[in-house]
Ligand binder design. Structure first.
Ligand code: BES
Ligand code: MN
Ligand code: ZN
Length: 510
């Protein structure tokens, strides 16, 4: 995959397709689009007048140039209203253009730097615009499947994921002074996007293959590739350590649980690390408190918090972030069986605190309780956890933002970066009353506070296991970690939610 910059005039570029843009409600195109329009003898203006091009966000119009320009096709992508245009709108537009071109088997194309002619429309620098462009093109081009069906024109051949994969995107820029900034932005966007597609790849693996043991092997491979520290705790070690939460959740499955620890060193020896903790339930049936069958197959995505942690460590290594990180991934499979844990059980967690089980489907918080107490012991300066933790969070925010809870300062910063990256997070409370809902008659805490405020009672449960003053933020990614409809730069399946958000959060730390 090539991402580059060419300095020159858009009307001179020889290419299969050149992507230009139009804001909504603008009758006469400006900038590069105007130059193209002129060479096409006003064809774009005519299409606008006919109402065929409106500039609505993600609208795609393909115009064949029939020899009037060295570019074979002009792709006009709508950016929406100029006053509403931000980096996220540009990502959506570029994502839509990329997906359409790939659909037509066009894997190499040129584009202008969207938003580049109107710096004040987005307030972004050329580097930021180029980063958004690279991120969205790569993320939109992503796909994952195990189909063996041959494409009609290639009988018998195995359909490979890379068949219509993106090969080359070149930004055409007339101002040579911007070249370096654009190339830097493209490069950074590519690295971030690679970490996201890596997370998506892990997440999309089916649960018969991606077991806790396999995920741990994958973490070891990642560590070798990027020179990270890696330690995997097996079942015997978890027993000796007293990791009662992870063990209980995993005890009903033939696939043993694991706890994965990764270390990235980009700071000085004495710098306290940031701990990033992720829930990795490789399949969540609900256990004895079994879930209904409808959509249960989606519960293979219950490992996305852990997959995001692996992606964040990969991103840190690719971007050479100047800080130390510890990734902690408690992983188990939640199955019902004769050996499964049950409602009524009382567990002893790694912290020593006892937990009454009232619902075996509230398993994520149990593996996180152990992992969070272990993370606290490492004396990090901050802890961030990511988990597909509650259906209640999906009810509250739908699929359009992760829930974020915890330390005021961290939450505010994550919300801000959520807006900038489009990997959104929305603040939800952990009032003391939510903690009261988790009180048990027979143990230090129970694992479910009932139906109401389920995202917040779950967060209150986690807080009980980090409450030693370490600044901590919890991201509930249950609604954002996967999607069942392709949109913008996010195709069907695992989305990689949280990877860009947390990586940019870490990169922006002083
Ligand atoms: N993994 C689920 C949360 C979930 C549900 C994510 C639906 C995405 C879509 C989690 O383990 C779970 O089952 N939570 C229960 C908690 C309840 C039993 C207290 C829930 O949200 O219903
Ligand atoms: Mn569950
Ligand atoms: Zn779960």
């Amino acid at each position: 995959m090539e991402l580059g910059v060419a300095t020159g005039d858009v009307t001179r570029v020889e290419t299969q397709a050149l992507v230009v843009n139009l804001y909504q409600g603008i009758g006469k195109p400006g900038g590069a689009t105007a130059a193209i329009d002129k060479a096409l003898e006003g064809q774009i203006t005519a299409l606008i007048e006919e109402g065929e091009i409106t500039g609505a966000l993600e609208e795609i119009t393909i115009v064949h140039t029939a020899g009037r320009l060295p570019a074979r096709r002009i792709v006009v992508v709508g950016l929406g209203k100029k006053e509403e245009c931000d980096l996220e709108a540009l990502r959506k537009a570029m994502g839509a253009a990329t997906r359409r071109l790939l659909k037509h088997q066009i894997t190499r194309f040129h584009t202008i730097l969207h938003g580049g002619g109107d710096l004040d429309a987005t307030g972004a620098t050329p580097r930021e615009l180029a980063q958004a462009l690279a991120e969205s093109a790569i993320l939109a081009a992503y796909r994952w499947d195990r189909k063996t069906v041959a494409p009609a024109d290639e009988p018998g051949e195995i359909h490979e994921r890379d068949k219509a994969a993106l090969q080359s995107v070149v930004v055409v820029e007339k101002d040579g002074r911007k070249r370096q900034a654009i190339q830097r932005g493209l490069d950074r966007g590519e690295r971030l996007a690679r970490a996201v597609t890596y997370t998506r790849d892990l997440g999309n693996q089916p649960p018969n293959e991606m077991t806790p043991v396999r995920l741990a092997e994958e973490a070891r491979r990642l560590a070798r590739e990027h020179d990270l520290g890696c330690r995997v705790f097996n079942k015997g070690e978890l027993e000796r350590m007293g990791m009662g939460g992870i063990l209980a959740v995993g005890q009903g499955s033939g696939n043993e649980p694991r706890m994965i620890v990764l270390r990235y060193k980009g700071g000085r020896d004495k710098d306290r690390p940031v701990a990033v903790v992720g829930k990795a339930i490789t399949f969540d049936t609900g256990g004895i408190s079994i879930k209904p069958s409808a959509s249960m197959e989606e519960m293979k995505f219950d490992k996305m918090g852990g997959c995001a942690v692996l992606g964040i460590l990969k991103a840190a290594a690719l971007l050479e972030l100047k800080l130390n990180l510890i990734g902690v991934v408690p992983s188990a499979e939640n199955m019902p069986s004769g050996t499964a844990y049950r409602p009524g059980d009382i567990l002893k967690s790694y912290s020593g605190k006892t937990i009454e089980i009232v619902n075996t489907d509230a398993e994520g918080r149990l593996v996180l309780a152990d992992a969070l107490s272990w993370a606290v012991q490492q004396k990090p300066r901050e802890i961030i956890d990511l988990a597909t933790l509650t259906g209640a969070c999906v009810v509250a925010l739908g699929h359009y933002a992760s829930g974020v809870f915890g330390d005021e300062r961290m939450v505010a910063r994550l919300e801000e970066i959520g807006v900038a990256t489009g990997d959104r997070a929305w603040r939800l409370p952990i009032y003391p009353e939510f903690g009261d809902d988790m009180k048990s008659e027979v143990a230090d805490i129970k694992n479910s506070g009932g139906r109401w405020g389920g995202a917040s009672t779950a967060a209150a449960f986690l807080k009980f296991f980090v409450d030693d003053g370490t600044p901590w933020a919890h991201l509930d990614i249950a609604g954002t970690a996967w999607t069942t409809k392709s949109k913008g730069y996010t195709p069907w399946g695992a989305t990689g939610a949280g990877v860009r958000l947390v990586t940019e959060y870490l990169a922006a730390r002083p």
